[in-house]
Design a protein around this ligand. Sequence first.
Ligand SMILES: *Cc1c(COP(=O)(O)O)cnc(C)c1O
Length: 466
Amino acid sequence: MAEAALSALRILPSVDRLLRHPDIAVLAEEHGRAEVTLAIRNTLATLREEARAGADIGEAMIAASVLSCLAMRAGTRLKPLFNLTGTVLHTNLGRAILAEEAVEAAAAAMRQAVSLEFDLDSGKRGERDDHVRALVCELTGAEDATLVNNNAAAVLIVLNTLSQNKEAIVSRGELIEIGGAFRMPEIMARAGARLREIGTTNRTHARDYANALGPETGLILKVHTSNYRVEGFTAEVGARELAAIAQRQNVPLVNDLGSGTLIDLSRFGLRKEPTVREAVEEGADLVTFSGDKLLGGPQAGFIVGRKDLIAAINRNPMKRALRVDKVRLAACEATLKLYRDPDRLAERLPTMRFLSRPAEEIRQQAERLLGIMMDTLEDVAVEIVSCRSQIGSGALPLDTIPSFGLSLKPKGGGRAVEELSAAFRSLSQPVIGRVAEGALIFDLRCLDNEALFRQNLSSLRFREGR
Ligand SMILES: *Cc1c(COP(=O)(O)O)cnc(C)c1O
């Protein structure tokens, strides 16, 4: 190593000396001594290379680097953002946004002790499911209900409870995969159930079920094909007919609804999805569905149906591992209560509000934002476009809802679009859209806080070719 570089290394100040530097000493108040020491070490490690190369590194510059290192570490990784993808229930962006009522209930449960497993009437131990059981039964017509971590957990524990070391009968047309890790055959294997596939991909008949039933059968599983549709020359056995077949053999029928809604979506102008109440009425012994899809609550998995089967699930030691905590339970209760007043759901439940927003209202919002977007962006053609939103999370997979958005098309094309997307992603509250045909499209359906969106735009830095 050259003599000059060696001496440069020697002049990098020590950690102790830097801790006493006035610009750095004040940082310890905010971040704590341990955190500041770590930031100094990280900074010195990166500057050592430059010092070796002969760069002149002063203490003020080191202090500035320590500050930015601390700021980066203090920043939130799980960042609130604007979901302008046009997919209302976007799994990668956290699915449903909770109602204020649910947020408040969750916050209260976080701040205080709660009657989670404590019966206030008797003063004795209670059950955590009791807080939502009556409400879920009231809204679905089911006899009993329990709650687990998510719907995948619901399916897992149901299979394990009713068909461990036994056969679970499923139509080949319903062996679904939902986003990589959740594949019905694999969940079954983990639950200890033997998959008994019947019928074909496009056609399954009542006789296929009848022929498969036997002493080895643990349950019949019907799965809502939530993220695809089989069309053309098809046949499936309806839930009602299937319930009769199952009942004759005294085998439970489980209906995994996936999204599962509590109300008829046609009141919001959407196509009707089977409701949980209907699935119960059709004779399923158990019905499973998600908390954070169409229901609009926190991540959770509901299992509703026959009392004796719910009791068996609650006795399964797996329940202890899959149960929900007080925070989510509080948010679930508050969300479910909103369903007692369906007329105000669109006002109070963000998922329903977004799904039912009229296209014309969204177009007017696009008009309002067109000017500011044009002023903010140089060399980008901005226009209002009609587009189609999706529900997402495997609800009504082929249905789209007419919407409006802003199309941002950089004059430079392909690479510039990626740069523009990256610029929006790096805002203090990132804005996520989708790229289509050389343009970045922002579907405004889920843009709630327009004032914050405008304010956020002021820090956007994008110039082509930089
Ligand atoms: C989404 C879905 C699941 C999984 O539910 P999560 O709440 O995401 O765990 C299971 N089955 C069906 C049919 C689904 O659509």
